[in-house]
Design a protein around this ligand. Structure first.
Ligand SMILES: Cc1ncc(COP(=O)(O)O)c(C=O)c1O
Length: 361
């Protein structure tokens, strides 16, 4: 068994802060003197409702979510939202704009097509999703029910460096960069994020929804997917993922203690710069994304030789840098450097890459 923790570059589920894991371990069998684990509690109990309400409030504070927006905890991960968004927001015979900058936005648009008309407002498919289209390249419709985009493309390693403007309410999948920077939530009709990267263990999505958008769902929307029901029942129409919400609470406390999302942003810029600066000078490794569209969460790169990429990933794993293989759809190498990745992890990875380059050139 590994005696020390590795540097885990997994794209999700991903590394969590060690402090959080240690607190969870300490509280595992007896939470706050209740004599039981959070996993064993009724979701209606006083002890659990305190965890739930505190977590929700902390999320509001950390992300500065305005009172116009409700915070929801929904099961089914981000993919559940691919259907929930059109079912709730498309409207009768409606249409929506989608910006296709990667796999997840594309999958989401296919789901939306089941419930209405999808306008492709922008796409980066012409250059294998290596860039984010400029605002001038977006053709948003005047009468769409919403404009959908994914702010960070986990697989391709690109990230929107601006908030697009569109006539209809913005809907954003922030699964892989939520909590990594301040966000003006008031600009969005709806934000959702699968929690398994920067927030918590898998099994849930958080949703911030402008309350005025809820209550207009298509008549056949399953009750479990209705934002209106979820708002009315405070995310407890059925048993919520209690332990995941508890873990989210611990992660949010950690984010707060570090200095909030502003500090998360400072650290992510520092981590990403270390890696991209080296990629820009390396003769062996090359960044995949166009420089002005680079993700500061998922750094994709290659040597240009698929066998050498595989050899690198294997050698890195043996040295304690794990989960560096690119997504199976695109290959290459990907270092996911989320909030909980310490700067030393990236610094040591760069040292390892330099040594690998020396040996292989
Ligand atoms: C940006 C983005 N959206 C959606 C998903 C799908 O998330 P889930 O597996 O929680 O459904 C992922 C998964 O990695 C993702 O990175």
């Amino acid at each position: 068994m590994q005696s020390e923790r590795v540097y885990n570059f997994s794209a999700g589920p991903s590394v969590l802060p060690l402090d959080v894991l240690e607190t969870a371990a300490r509280e595992m069998t007896n939470y706050g003197g209740t004599g039981m684990s959070v996993m064993e509690m009724s979701h209606r109990s006083k002890a659990y409702l305190e965890i739930f309400n505190e977590t929700k409030q902390r999320l509001r504070d950390v992300m500065n979510v305005p009172e116009t927006h409700e915070i929801l905890f929904m099961q089914g991960g981000a993919t559940f939202q691919f259907a929930a968004v059109p079912l709730n927001l498309m409207g009768e015979n409606g249409s929506a704009d989608y910006a296709l900058t990667g796999n997840f936005a594309t999958v989401s648009s296919k789901e939306a097509k089941k419930y209405g008309t999808v306008n492709i407002a922008a796409t980066s498919a012409d250059r294998s999703h290596t860039y984010i289209p400029a605002q001038s390249e977006i053709s948003a419709s005047a009468d769409a029910s919403y404009f959908y985009y994914c702010s960070n493309n986990t697989i391709y390693g690109t990230e929107w460096q601006y908030v697009p403007s569109a006539p209809s309410p913005l809907v954003c999948d922030m699964s892989s960069n939520i909590l990594s920077r301040p966000v003006d939530v008031s600009k969005y009709g709806l934000i959702f994020a699968g929690v398994q990267k920067n927030m918590a263990p898998a099994g849930m999505a958080v949703v911030f929804i402008d309350k005025s958008l809820a209550g207009h769902e298509l008549p056949y929307t399953p009750k479990i997917m209705s934002y209106k029901t979820t708002i009315d029942k405070d995310s407890m129409d059925n048993t919520p993922p209690c332990y995941t919400i508890y873990m989210l609470g611990l992660v949010l406390k950690w984010v707060e203690a570090q200095g909030g999302v502003a500090e998360m942003e400072r650290r992510k810029i520092q981590r990403a710069k270390l890696l991209y600066d080296y990629l820009d000078e390396s003769k062996l490794f090359h960044g995949v994304a166009q420089p002005d569209s680079r993700s500061e969460m998922n750094v994709t790169y290659r040597t240009g030789d698929a066998d050498l990429d595989t050899a690198f990933v294997k050698a890195a794993a043996a040295a304690g840098f794990v989960n560096l293989a690119g997504h199976r759809d695109v290959g290459g190498i990907r270092a996911s450097i989320y909030n909980a990745m310490p700067i030393e992890g990236v610094a040591k990875l760069v040292e390892f890459m330099k040594a690998f380059e020396t040996t292989n050139s």
